[in-house]
Write a protein that binds this ligand. Structure first.
Ligand SMILES: N[C@@H](CCC(=O)N[C@@H](CS)C(=O)NCC(=O)O)C(=O)O
Length: 289
């Protein structure tokens, strides 16, 4: 058994020097830290986000809706830099009291509708536009099964495995073992499902794929946590087949770079306000102009 030298005190107190990649933004209290209104663009849908896996779910869906010819899905995507604490502005907290990206404001309704939690945003948009969610009860239920599977499972991948394997200031064998076991089990769940079906929830591409791909597709393709070798990603061939198929979709290629503020300059579109921004406003174009 790993040796532990830490004995929890009777009452936990906030140690602001606890270390770790996200130590400067982690806090034990909710609410705004500063007054700052959110910017608002001309489109009905205002998205406040960042291209983390949770953010990419939503920009992929919005681009898929536009690709399907639904002009009412036009949106402005504003960059929320979580490392700089933008999620704690008064404007952001008004639309997401939980201070996490992504958050959406639908100005086409009266009054405007706020939507937070990526799963709720996917469901809201899929229902609003009648796309990427089956309408028959059995198909819809299976789609929701996998959407909610993702919402419950991914915190164990991100907050558990990713945190302790990639971000924690020290490596703890107990924590890494525990979460690697769970994540490999989750990957096996997906691999078995995808050995039987083309897409996660059956024969049709849906919001379940859009929720799961940015996390588990990225994991097996070594795009998050640099952990593909560690978790033996080659053991999940059906996830690889599916991940390649999703990644090849034009809307996915666009959606994954919206609100991205790291990586290759041509794959960073900090803000998105028009389709032409993918051609003219990526960081390589802006830096050269
Ligand atoms: N369950 C939420 C999780 C969202 C989430 O964890 N967002 C992270 C980035 S991926 C965030 O905004 N973190 C900022 C913070 O923790 O202060 C969802 O799916 O929308």
């Amino acid at each position: 058994m790993p040796d532990s030298t830490y004995t929890p005190p009777k009452v936990w107190t906030w140690d602001q020097e606890s270390g770790g990649k996200f130590a400067n933004i982690n806090r034990p209290i909710a609410g705004a830290t500063h007054e700052q209104a959110l910017k608002v663009g001309k489109h009905p849908l205002q998205l406040y986000s960042l291209a983390t896996p949770n953010g990419v779910k939503v920009t992929v869906l919005l681009e898929e809706l536009l690709e399907a010819g639904i002009q009412a899905a036009e949106y402005d995507a504003w960059l929320i830099n979580i490392m700089e604490g933008h999620q704690f502005s008064s404007g952001f907290v008004e639309i997401n009291p939980n201070s996490k990206i992504p958050a959406l404001l639908d100005n086409s309704t009266t009054p405007p509708t706020r939507v937070f939690e990526s799963g709720a945003i996917l469901l809201y948009l899929a229902e609003k536009f009648g796309k990427f969610i089956p309408t028959d009860p059995a198909g819809r239920t299976e789609c929701l099964n996998w959407l909610f599977w993702q919402m419950g499972s991914a915190p164990l991948l991100g907050g558990g495995f990713g945190h302790f394997y990639a971000y924690a200031p020290e490596k703890f064998e107990y924590a890494i073992n525990r979460y690697t076991m769970e994540v490999k089990r989750q990957l096996d769940v997906l691999d078995r499902q995808l050995s039987e079906y083309t897409y996660i929830a059956g024969d049709h591409y849906s919001i379940a794929d859009m929720a799961i791909w940015p996390w588990y597709g990225a994991l097996v393709k070594n795009e998050v946590y640099e952990a593909a070798e560690f978790i033996s990603a080659h053991e999940y061939p059906h996830i690889h087949r599916w991940a390649d198929m999703i990644a090849a979709r034009p809307a996915v290629k666009r959606g994954r770079i919206v609100n991205k503020a790291w990586g290759e300059l041509h794959e960073q579109l900090h803000e998105r306000h028009a389709a032409s921004d993918f051609v003219n406003k990526t960081q390589d174009k802006l830096d050269n102009s």
